[in-house]
Design a protein around this ligand. Structure first.
Ligand code: CA2
Length: 142
């Protein structure tokens, strides 16, 4: 069975608890439950969330060492700021899909740049939590 990691960056632990008009009402636990339900028996899913840049980087290195089959990452605001996260992803050489719940291109100018996107096969932005499902589906076929 393929192993797929799902990484979420800063403040995504607040999902469903604030700003429902942008991010919806489902929590990160709801997302994990929905993904586990869809991919039961099809993929081994490893969920990780951190508000700390270094913790995300350490996790990416560990996933690279473990040679997981795919990575879905929502780097949150680090997407727009972190050269270190980009370097970690480029160095990991893992099939990666970048996901954003909101459409970053409909929002403030500073969200229009993703430093991490060049490390990804594709970016899914604006499909809500469905983006994570689509990303895992793609990685299982890839
Ligand atoms: O749309 C996305 O998924 C983002 O990656 C979310 C980040 C934002 O900085 C990116 O530009 C786009 C923010 C995550 C904050 O999530 C919250 C969720 C609920 C309540 C408060 C924050």
């Amino acid at each position: 069975m393929k192993k797929i990691a799902i990484l979420n960056g800063p403040n995504l632990d607040r999902l469903g608890k604030r700003e429902p008009e942008i991010y919806g009402r489902a929590t990160l636990a709801d997302l994990a439950a929905a993904l586990r339900a869809e991919f039961a028996g099809k993929a081994e899913l490893d969920f990780f969330q951190s508000n700390h840049e270094g913790a995300l980087i350490d996790k990416i290195a560990a996933l690279a060492d473990a040679k997981v089959d795919g990575l879905v990452i929502n780097g949150g605001a680090f997407t727009h700021t972190s050269v270190a996260l980009r370097d970690a992803l480029l160095g990991a050489h893992l099939p990666t899909i970048e996901v954003h719940i909101s459409n970053i291109y409909k929002r403030e100018e500073f969200r229009h740049t993703s430093l991490t996107a060049p490390a990804a096969i594709a970016v899914i932005t604006g499909l809500g939590l469905e983006g994570y499902h689509a990303a895992v589906r793609f990685l299982l076929k890839a």
